[in-house]
Ligand binder design. Structure first.
Ligand SMILES: Nc1ncnc2c1ncn2[C@@H]1O[C@H](COP(=O)(O)OP(=O)(O)OP(=O)(O)O)[C@@H](O)[C@H]1O
Ligand code: SF4
Ligand SMILES: [Mg+2]
Length: 323
């Protein structure tokens, strides 16, 4: 099996807030290999965006990495100086956000910005950068690239903007593309098209893709492997088929059982997992899921669960998961 392009090792990150800190990531480890699509799933507030942002070193001014490493081709990016980190962004790792307006400046045309995004390409003339931008817009399925180049971001539809944002991210040929909920703002048809596009791009460019979503359908369609997060931890990691057919963590089981797509067909009702995420400013001493878990024991409430490996490429954070 090839070496990971990007790996996160025992990463802990907290946000400083008035009167304390929020432990948004706790001892998170995962990796993605070239040509692989890794999905990050979990309910709102479990730390998906924090992890995605940390991977591209954009976690924000009040974020502080308290432990761990983020390795790009083996090199810990957290140990590089600011200038070296900036060079990596765009060239090696690029990000697509949920709201593609975030990627663009509203007062400049899309074309001008796609040229600017290529600032890393020293010595390439502007004319060639325009040609590359036009070519990339065509590749992401925009049928009239010249028209799109001349427009302002707000003059495009949501789906067109999301494609243009993906084109912007790909112009640097990044080794890793990180997409944080890139389809949630779109309707179902557009969403299917964007997923199809990401699959094609993976095949065409061989880049690794990390996609954050709370939508299990997107995971099933697009991903090779999945990391399920809960309260700032990766509680289960598995190849996608194994996760859906043989989930081991009680939270993963609940998530799959509550998937609206599944439930909608089976009963027409949409149940939710009872209870709430624990307070991340004061995480519980044992398993973070204990208060909501149907099989929790006293040990679960007091002793942090071990990471169990039920198979190759699998990991489960649970006292009760059999290896
Ligand atoms: N800049 C910040 N300052 C303080 N707390 C933050 C900040 N960003 C996120 N958090 C907190 O960190 C935790 C994880 O948030 P995060 O945005 O990573 O979750 P998420 O899984 O992406 O959620 P969603 O599905 O709603 O996007 C939450 O408790 C959130 O309130
Ligand atoms: S460690 Fe215990 S409480 Fe946590 S998920 Fe496993 S069984 Fe449930
Ligand atoms: Mg998020």
């Amino acid at each position: 099996m090839s070496e990971p392009v990007l790996s996160v090792e025992n990463l802990s990150l907290r946000y400083r807030v008035a009167g304390g800190a929020v432990a948004a990531l706790r001892n998170v480890s995962l990796s993605v290999r070239q040509g692989e699509v890794l999905g990050i799933a979990g309910e709102s507030g479990c730390g998906k965006s924090s992890l995605a942002a940390a991977m591209i070193d954009l976690a924000g001014a009040n974020a502080e990495v308290t432990a761990g490493a983020i390795r790009l081709r083996g090199q810990d990016i957290l140990r590089l100086d600011q200038a070296a980190r900036r060079r990596l962004r765009g060239r090696e790792i690029a990000m697509v956000f949920q709201d593609p307006m975030t990627a663009f400046n509203p007062v400049l045309t899309v074309g001008a910005q796609l040229v600017d995004f290529q600032f890393n390409l020293d010595g390439v003339p502007g004319r060639e950068k325009r040609a590359r931008a036009r070519d990339m817009l065509a590749r992401v399925g925009l049928s009239d690239p010249d028209l799109v180049m001349g427009r302002y971001p707000h003059e495009l539809s949501g789906g067109m903007r999301q494609r243009a944002a993906i084109a912007a991210a790909l112009l640097m040929r990044p080794a890793v593309l990180i997409a944080d909920e890139p389809t949630t703002a779109l309707d179902v048809t557009m969403e299917a098209q964007i997923i199809h596009l990401l699959r094609e791009l993976r095949a065409q460019y061989g880049c690794a893709i990390v996609i954050v979503t709370h939508h299990l359908g997107v995971i099933a369609e697009l991903c090779d492997r999945v990391a399920v997060m809960y309260a700032g931890e990766v509680v289960e990691e598995a190849p996608v088929d194994e996760l859906f057919h043989d989930p081991r963590h009680p939270y993963t089981r609940a998530l799959i059982a509550c998937d609206p797509a599944r439930i909608g067909k089976a009963t027409g009702r949409l149940p939710a997992i009872g209870g709430r995420l624990p307070d991340l400013s004061d995480p519980p001493p044992g398993c973070a899921f204990a208060a909501r878990c149907g099989i929790a024991t006293d040990r679960c409430r007091t002793v942090p669960p071990p990471r169990v490996a039920p198979g190759a490429d699998r990991g489960v954070l649970c006292h009760e998961a059999a290896p």
